[in-house]
Design a protein around this ligand. Structure first.
Ligand SMILES: *[C@@H]1O[C@H](CO)[C@@H](O)[C@H](O)[C@H]1NC(C)=O
Ligand SMILES: *[C@@H]1O[C@H](CO)[C@@H](O)[C@H](O)[C@H]1NC(C)=O
Ligand SMILES: *[C@@H]1O[C@H](CO)[C@@H](O)[C@H](O)[C@H]1NC(C)=O
Length: 430
């Protein structure tokens, strides 16, 4: 992959005392502090680094606007005994690393060369937090600071798998006219790792998923895979009208809802084959017309520091016309997502106004299930919380339901804020 060296950084402010002597004669020339390295992505005010089994190497230097290295500025810093340092942090770790002044192809640069073991000793595949990094000239002064991320390519689960044949740029472009919509999911621990799925038009066919390790930093960096054959292999038949409907990447599993059923990967931490394997979860009596109107729901939480009781839950809801009871429009499961249980166990037999489950989320911290219900006839929308008993939501609500005003006519979904207990419900208001 070509690594575009887009040069970064802070504009040397006029107020900055060091610069005044040097840049004085040159009018408004600006100086940039740039960092680069193999496989590193740099951009305005941010940098993305990737950790492999090798040492992490980053070079930093000053540049003028005309791209030539600025020796004068460098000289000012070095004669003052200053060198940049890099700070690597996550929620449980703080590491400081110093750059060394090094000659590099006829010029002086600051180089940092950190053995992997200095950052992490682990190499097992696991849900681990992506690190935040900061490269700074003066810690605490925010002068010449660059912030960014460091992703461990060795440990991030989804990156250890081959998702199927890689599409050429041309092939991806040819798909565009066939695409109705897109769906995106990201790794719960590493925000830069994300998957994007094409929802194809009914006339088209195929499961195409793009994978980025830099939060879609550049167009080219997203690699597209064709999973169609993997899905068909499991289906043992080539039905037409196959497309991605929704997808969720949990800490340890990939769940893909397609128009021909729900597919779940094996545990991503244990790659037994290089190509990803997907198994189909059975929903008796459900067909293409149901799946294409389905949705997946996931309460995202990074398990890097997980408690032993914590597991991921995923919910699937169907927007069925033919629904006879509410219990057949929503199912939930916990990893490894082999058994899917109805979200609603109650036996409300009030045929006139059956509440439809728009969303159902599990909150493990309070051991409860949260419903977003909608009653079409009466236009009622409300949230109900049920305690979990033996892993199933109990029919009796924990508190009185929260009712939304009747102007909230079209509820579409509900999510938990990842790091707080705020619940967000969204939709259309009349
Ligand atoms: C890595 O760790 C070793 C041993 O603690 C230390 O000598 C070395 O300076 C460290 N390297 C960097 C770049 O911090
Ligand atoms: C934070 O980074 C340290 C050092 O690499 C690592 O040992 C630890 O597991 C990480 N913590 C989390 C929560 O990912
Ligand atoms: C479901 O019902 C709506 C109107 O109630 C109708 O527009 C739609 O075509 C129906 N869909 C299916 C799959 O039957």
């Amino acid at each position: 992959m070509e690594s575009p060296l887009i040069y970064v950084m802070l504009v040397l402010l006029n107020v900055f005392v060091f610069s005044s002597g040097v840049i004085h004669n040159k009018g408004k020339e600006r100086t940039y502090f740039s960092c680069s390295g193999e496989g590193i992505l740099t951009g305005l005010h941010t940098i993305k680094l990737f950790l492999t089994m090798d040492n992490l190497k980053v070079r930093c230097f000053f540049r003028n606007e005309n791209q030539s290295p600025s020796k004068e500025i460098l000289g000012l810093f070095t004669s003052g005994g200053l060198a940049p340092n890099m700070i690597i942090t996550n929620s449980t770790f703080y590491g400081g690393y110093y750059f060394k002044l090094t000659p590099f192809s006829n010029r002086l640069e600051w180089l940092i060369d950190i053995p992997r073991q200095n950052i992490t000793v682990n190499t097992d595949i696991a849900a681990v937090e992506q690190w935040m990094i900061k490269i700074t000239m003066h810690e605490g002064l925010n002068i010449y600071d660059t912030e960014g991320t460091l992703l461990d390519l060795v440990r991030e689960p989804i990156l250890q798998w081959n998702l199927g044949r890689v599409l050429t740029e041309m092939e991806v472009r040819d798909l565009y006219p066939e695409v109705n919509d897109i769906k995106v999911t990201k790794s719960p621990c590493a925000n830069d790792v994300a998957l994007i799925g094409f929802m194809m038009k009914p006339s088209s066919n195929g499961v195409f998923i793009g994978k980025t390790i830099s939060g879609f930093w550049t167009y080219k960096e997203c690699i597209w895979h064709d999973l169609t054959e993997i899905i068909y292999a499991e289906l043992k038949d080539e039905h037409q009208g196959l497309t991605v409907i929704d997808l969720v990447l949990t800490n340890h599993f990939l769940v893909i809802l397609t128009s021909l059923g729900l597919y779940v990967s094996s545990d991503l931490r244990y790659p037994t084959t290089s190509q990803i394997k997907l198994s189909r979860a059975e929903f008796c009596g459900f067909e293409r017309v149901d799946y294409i109107r389905g949705n997946l729901w996931y309460n995202e939480k990074c398990f890097a520091n997980r408690e032993s009781f914590e597991v991921d839950y995923v919910t699937i809801t169907f927007n069925r016309n033919r629904t006879l009871s509410e219990s057949s429009s929503c199912f939930f499961s916990k990893e490894p997502f082999l058994h899917w249980l109805p979200c609603v166990f109650s036996t409300i037999k009030n045929e006139k106004s059956i509440p439809r489950v728009i969303t159902f989320l599990i909150d493990q911290e309070t051991d409860s299930g949260i419903y977003l219900f909608n009653v079409q006839d009466t236009k009622e929308t409300y949230v109900t919380v049920a305690m979990l008993k033996d892993g199933k939501p109990s029919p009796r609500p924990k508190f009185p339901s929260f009712h939304f005003p009747s102007t909230f006519t079209l509820p579409l979904g509900m999510i938990f804020h990842p790091r707080s207990h705020f619940l967000y419900v969204y939709g259309s208001q009349a």
